[in-house]
Design a protein around this ligand. Structure first.
Ligand code: NAD
Length: 489
């Protein structure tokens, strides 16, 4: 990693509106701590109020109607390419700053984070001029044209775990289709979003096209109920997602996409390549210390391999405790949970879990300071155990054994979540059969918790509504318009 210019969190205590950092009109503020030791990172982060949100919407509308609306598709593509070039140097400082409050390891920046962010931008850069419409002949006397038009002012309400990556992936699809975006990062992790925003203007996007308002749920609610915002792309918990959808319905019926939580199963059959299954299932629960929506938090293992699989899985999870450390140290693989409230939440679920399943490793805080949880494994929980039913969002996995395909499908699908699943087997017919029967938006065969920008991502059941990524996301940011031409006139 090359030497990086450090960004000072004290420079990010304003909103980013219309191409500049401006003091919020609202005087409500809060402070942020570093979860590695609960030390103060910065004070006075604004909680944007109604006047601030109104200002952002006005600027966004002006940008949408102004120069941006006149950009050719290829001008938009060029902006994306310039942004990618700027991020080549800027991503490390931006994400290092962000890590101060997210606890996400800076070691992930040059690989996982950079690839995801760069791929999103390059992928959607190629879509700007490929949204073709339809033509229907005048068999009934009318030629019919269908074109796909942008929605206008959109807003993204983001969760705490991957703030910059989510800002970018949402902005990519939103701006490729000619919309404008107001982003509200999580109150826990706003710094990276504030720091990345000016790069959009430097890349040639006109001011007001991408803005950032900070704040808590109250700011998110102001966006969700705003009468002139036309779409909310929400990523977060199911409970908040439902509120957002309700506010959208009660205000102006704005379009809503919801990317919500998961309790993703990985099903490992006896004929699976065990080394491969172990690598994927372990990485899938440890990445970002389990704070990933697609974390494989339920692992079902067929009886014949259960003893060996569980032994090796547990050994790896025990060893992973040694990978925990200072997220700002670039040699450290695993960081803390995001803050004390998430740490207490995970600890509480783990404590209660001890009465509902066999704790085989972890289950305690790592060290004595900061929000570190040891990688934790529970075996064979009761059918109604909270740790089996609810998303934990920590480095905690549940292993359960099974005998037959029918049995494991019933258990894997016995949940209100439906984001991601994995099936591990060398039998191609079984792999495809099980993949088609698993109730989730994405299924990995011999992999899990992997996302590709080329294909739709999103949840079934209560894991969400709508899709991000791929061509499908373009439909979520546009609306078809039908034009009828009377050929007899
Ligand atoms: P959260 O629901 O607590 O918060 C998400 C966002 O909603 C934050 O910006 C928050 O300020 C805002 N918010 C809170 N109350 C609001 C209200 N009443 N109106 C409008 N906005 C409001 O979620 P979190 O704890 O930050 O994130 C973790 C959750 O996100 C997990 O459930 C995880 O699975 C999910 N997640 C899903 C995906 C996905 O793509 N499916 C990706 C990442 C995270």
């Amino acid at each position: 990693m090359k030497d990086i210019a450090k960004l000072d969190p004290k420079n990010y205590t304003k909103l980013y509106l219309n191409g500049e950092y401006v003091a919020a009109k609202s005087t409500d503020t809060y402070s942020l701590k570093n979860p590695k030791d609960n030390s103060l990172v910065v004070e006075n982060i604004p909680i944007a109020g109604a006047e601030d949100v109104e200002a952002a919407v006005k600027y966004a509308e002006a940008a949408y109607r102004g120069e941006w609306g006149k950009f050719t598709a290829l001008q938009r593509t060029e902006c994306f390419h310039r942004l990618v070039a700027l991020l080549e140097d800027q991503l490390i400082p931006v994400l290092t700053l962000d890590s101060l409050t997210s606890g996400n390891p800076t070691s992930l920046i040059p690989t996982r984070e950079k690839n995801y962010i760069k791929n999103s931008l390059l992928y959607y850069a190629g879509w700007t001029d490929k949204q073709k419409g339809d033509y229907y002949p005048a068999d009934d006397g009318f030629v019919k044209l269908v074109c796909h038009e942008p929605l206008g002012v959109c807003a993204a309400i983001n969760p705490y775990n991957a703030p910059v990556a989510l800002l970018i992936v949402k902005a990519a699809a939103c701006l490729a289709t000619g919309n404008v975006l107001i982003v509200k990062p999580s109150e826990k992790t706003p710094l990276g979003s504030l720091a990345v925003a000016p790069l959009f203007e430097q890349a040639g996007f006109p001011k007001g096209v991408l803005q950032v308002v900070t704040g808590a749920g109250s700011t998110g609610a102001l966006l969700a109920e705003h009468m002139r915002i036309r779409k909310i792309s929400f990523t977060g918990s199911i409970a908040t997602g439902k509120k957002v959808q309700e506010m959208a319905a009660k205000s102006n019926l704005k379009r809503v996409t919801l990317e919500l939580g998961g309790k993703s199963p990985a099903v490992v059959f006896e004929d699976a390549n065990l080394d491969n299954a172990l690598t994927w299932t372990i990485n899938a629960i440890l990445a970002r210390s389990g704070q990933v929506c697609v974390a494989a938090s339920r692992v079902y293992v067929q009886k014949g391999i259960a003893e060996e699989f569980v032994k090796r899985y547990v050994e790896k999870m025990r060893a992973a405790a040694g990978d925990l450390g200072d997220p700002q140290d670039v040699s450290v693989k695993l960081g803390p949970l995001v803050d004390e409230s998430q740490f207490e939440r995970v600890k509480g679920m783990v404590e209660r879990g001890k009465n509902e399943a066999e704790l085989v490793v972890g289950g305690v805080q790592y060290g004595s300071t900061g929000c570190y949880m040891e990688p934790t494994v529970f075996l064979n929980p009761k059918a109604d155990a909270e740790i089996l039913r609810n998303e934990i969002f920590g480095p905690v996995s549940i292993l359960k054994t099974f005998e037959t395909e029918e049995e494991v499908l019933r258990m894997a699908n016995d949940t209100e979540y439906g984001l991601m699943s994995g099936v591990f087997t060398r039998d191609v017919s079984r792999a495809l059969r099980v993949a088609s029967l698993l109730d989730s938006g994405v299924v990995g065969i011999n992999c899990v918790s992997y996302l590709s920008m080329q294909v739709p991502f999103g949840g079934r059941k209560q894991s969400g509504i709508g899709r991000e990524a791929g061509e499908y996301a373009l439909r979520e940011y546009t609306e078809p318009k039908t034009i009828l031409i009377n050929m007899a006139a």
